[in-house]
Design a protein around this ligand. Structure first.
Ligand code: UD1
Ligand code: CA
Length: 454
C-alpha cells in the first residue's frame, strides 16, 4: 500500500508580513516545513510532494532533493494547490495525505492515525478535527446525525449559528488517490473569492452519498496553525515544551524548562543539568553528567562528560571530558579543549587545541595555537596571531609556564618546559626548558610623595 504526502506550501503568508516565505520561518531552529515533513515520514511510504508558489525558489533550494516540488502559479486556493500534484502522482500511489505546511506541530502518530482510519473507511477520505473554544479562523465541521461529516464551513461564510460550532478543520486529510484527482477537478470556484477550496471537496463526497470520516484529535496544542507571528511564537513555546519534556524524560535535569531553549536535533546525555537561560542550537551533542549554564549559548558544538560550562558562549567548539569553562568564556570555531582543561573567565579560544590539563585562568586570547599538556597560560596572555594580512600559528609545548601578560608574536614555537616572565614580548622561538623575559620596568627617577591633607 503506497501512501504519499502532498504538502501545500504555495500560499503567500500575507499575514506574516515578511519577505521570507512563511513555511521557511524557523521553529526551534528548523523551518516549519521541516517539522511537517519529519512528521509525515511516519505516515507516508513514498517521497513527499511539496506544492510551491510564493517564494518558490527559496523553498525549492531549502528542500533540495528531500521532496519533489510542483509549482502552483497562480495560487488559486488550497483545492487548486492539491490538484497540482496530480501530474506527478496519478496512478502511482494508493493514498494521498494532503496537509498544510503551516501546521508544524502535528505529530507523526497523528498522521498515522488518520491513514489508519481511512484504510478502514469505505468512503473516499478522512480528515482530522479538533474541538476548541478558540476557533482561530479555522473551518467549522458540520456533522450529520450518523456522525459522518457533512461539510466544512469556512469562517468568513459561516452563519452566527455555524460560528458557534466548536469542532474545527485542522487541515490534514487522507484520500483514496483515484477518487481525489477526479474530485479536485470538480471543486467549484468559490464565487466570493474566485478560488478553489479543498474544503469544498467534502460536499462532493456527500452529494455522491460517500461517507467522510472525521478523526477527532484531543490535543489542541498540536493543531496550532501559523498565520501570524503571534501564532509563530505560540508554536515555538509549544515545541520548546515538547523538546524539553523529551530531554527530561530521557534523564536530563532542567531547573526551569520555560527559560531553557533547546533546538530540535540537539542530543544530551543523562544526568546532565541544563540551567536557566541556556540556549543550545544547531548540531550539538552533549554527553553525560555535565552542568550547562546558567546563561550559556552553545551552537554546533560537542561536549563530553562531566564538564561545566558557566555563562559562556561556544560555537563550533569541542570539549572533551572533565573540562570546566567560564564564567564569561568564548569558544569559537575550532576550539578544542581536551580532558581536564580549565578555562576561566574572559578568555577567548579560536582554531586552537588545548591538550590535557592546560590551565588558562583569566583574560587570554588564544588563536591558531596548540598548547601542550599541563601548560599554564598566565592571566592576560595573548597570541598575536594576525599581522594585518595573515594568521600565523603558535606552538607551545608541554609543562610550559607562560607568565602573566605575555605577548606571543606568531609564528612562534616554545619548547617543552619553557617559561616566560610577566609582560614578556616573545618574538623568537624559545628552546626547551628555557626562561625568557623582556621589557622589564626600569627606575627612571625618585618621586616625592605628596602629603595627604587633613
Ligand atoms: C485552511 C482551511 C481551513 C482550516 C485551516 C487550518 C481551506 C480553504 N481552509 O484555512 O478550513 O481550518 O486551513 O489550518 O483550505 N496554500 C497553497 N496555495 C494556495 C493557497 C494556500 O499552497 O493557493 C497553502 C498555504 O501555503 C498554507 C495552506 O495552503 O500552507 C493553507 O492556506 P491558508 O491560507 O493558511 O488557509 P487557512 O486560511 O489557514
Ligand atoms: Ca493557515
Amino acid at each position: 500500500m503506497k501512501v504519499t504526502a502532498v504538502l501545500l506550501a504555495a500560499g503567500q503568508g500575507t499575514r506574516m508580513k515578511s519577505s521570507l516565505p512563511k513555511v521557511l520561518h524557523p521553529l526551534c531552529g528548523k523551518p516549519m516545513l521541516w517539522h511537517v515533513l519529519e512528521a509525515l515520514k511516519h505516515a507516508a511510504s513514498e517521497r513527499p510532494v511539496v506544492v510551491i508558489g510564493h517564494g518558490a525558489e527559496d523553498v525549492k533550494k531549502y528542500l533540495g532533493d528531500s521532496a519533489d516540488c510542483v509549482l502552483q502559479e497562480p495560487q488559486l486556493g488550497t483545492g487548486h494547490a492539491a490538484l497540482q500534484a496530480e501530474s506527478l502522482l496519478k496512478g502511482k500511489t494508493d493514498y494521498v495525505i494532503v496537509t498544510y505546511a503551516d501546521m508544524p506541530l502535528l505529530r507523526g502518530e497523528t498522521f498515522k492515525r488518520l491513514v489508519e482510519t481511512q484504510r478502514l473507511n469505505s468512503g473516499p477520505f478522512s480528515l482530522l478535527t479538533v474541538i476548541a473554544d478558540d476557533p482561530r479562523g479555522f473551518g467549522r465541521i458540520m456533522r450529520k446525525a450518523d456522525g459522518t461529516v457533512e461539510a466544512i464551513v469556512e469562517e468568513y461564510v459561516a452563519t452566527p449559528e455555524q460560528q458557534k460550532i466548536k469542532e474545527l478543520n485542522v487541515g490534514a486529510y487522507c484520500f483514496k488517490a483515484d477518487w481525489l484527482w477526479d474530485a479536485l477537478h470538480r471543486i467549484p470556484k468559490n464565487p466570493k473569492k474566485g478560488e478553489y477550496y479543498l474544503t469544498d471537496i467534502v460536499e462532493l463526497a456527500v452529494k455522491d452519498n460517500l461517507p467522510v470520516q472525521a478523526v477527532l484529535h484531543d490535543d489542541f496544542i498540536e493543531t496550532i496553525g501559523i498565520n501570524t507571528r503571534v501564532h509563530l511564537s505560540e508554536a515555538e513555546a509549544a515545541m520548546r515544551t515538547r523538546i524539553n519534556r523529551e530531554h527530561m524524560l530521557n534523564g536530563v535535569s532542567m531547573m526551569d524548562p520555560a527559560s531553557t531553549y533547546i533546538e530540535t536535533g540537539v542530543r544530551i546525555g543523562r544526568d546532565t543539568v541544563v540551567m536557566p537561560n541556556t540556549h543550545i542550537h544547531g548540531n550539538t551533542e552533549i554527553g553525560e553528567g555535565n552542568m550547562i549554564g546558567p546563561n550559556t549559548i552553545i551552537r554546533d558544538s560537542r561536549i563530553g562528560n562531566r564538564c561545566k560550562v558557566l555563562s559562556s558562549v561556544m560555537e563550533g567548539a569541542t570539549l572533551e571530558d572533565d573540562v570546566d569553562v567560564g564564567p564569561f568564556a568564548r569558544l569559537r570555531k575550532g576550539a578544542h579543549l581536551k580532558s581536564h582543561v580549565h578555562m576561566g573567565n574572559f578568555g577567548e579560544v579560536k582554531d586552537s587545541t588545548l591538550h590535557e590539563g592546560v590551565k588558562m585562568g583569566h583574560f587570554s586570547y588564544i588563536g591558531n595555537a596548540t598548547i601542550g599538556a599541563n601548560t599554564n597560560i598566565g592571566a592576560g596572555t595573548i597570541t598575536c596571531n594576525y599581522d594585518g594580512e595573515r594568521k600565523h600559528p603558535t606552538e607551545i609545548g608541554e609543562d610550559v609556564f607562560i607568565g602573566s601578560d605575555t605577548m606571543l608574536v606568531a609564528p612562534l614555537k616554545l619548547g617543552d618546559g619553557a617559561r616566560t616572565g610577566a609582560g614578556a614580548v616573545v618574538t623568537k622561538n624559545v628552546p626547551e626548558d628555557t626562561l625568557v623575559v623582556g621589557m622589564p620596568a626600569r627606575a627612571i627617577r625618585k618621586l616625592e610623595r605628596k602629603k595627604k591633607k587633613g
